[in-house]
Design a binder for this molecule. Sequence first.
Ligand SMILES: [Zn+2]
Length: 120
Amino acid sequence: MRLVTLNLLMCNSEECSGRNQALTLNPGEITPGTTQFNHDLTIRMLGKLDWLAFVNAALRLGHELPDNITEADHQNSELIQRIFDILFNVEIQTGELLCPNCNRTYPIEKGIPNMLPQDH
Ligand SMILES: [Zn+2]
């Protein structure tokens, strides 16, 4: 899975429904992607991303990003390219997603997050 999809994944436990709680990424094996840079797509994604959740996930992958992003940053092509690569060109093959609210974990295997409830 890529970080661009992290935003769409929600904890499925009953107590967390409707909370829109961002999941915490614990990455295992990662591989590089080969998606070609697209500036406009990155800017559009910036409007949809939970920025802080993204910054935290990026940090866990070893990429440091600013705490907030401004309109002026949209012209910073070095930064926008870096954001693009973290969103689209980091393939998380294994690891897990943790719900900070209920502590439920969801495994990532062969690049696919398994969002079905797990038995503990
Ligand atoms: Zn939860």
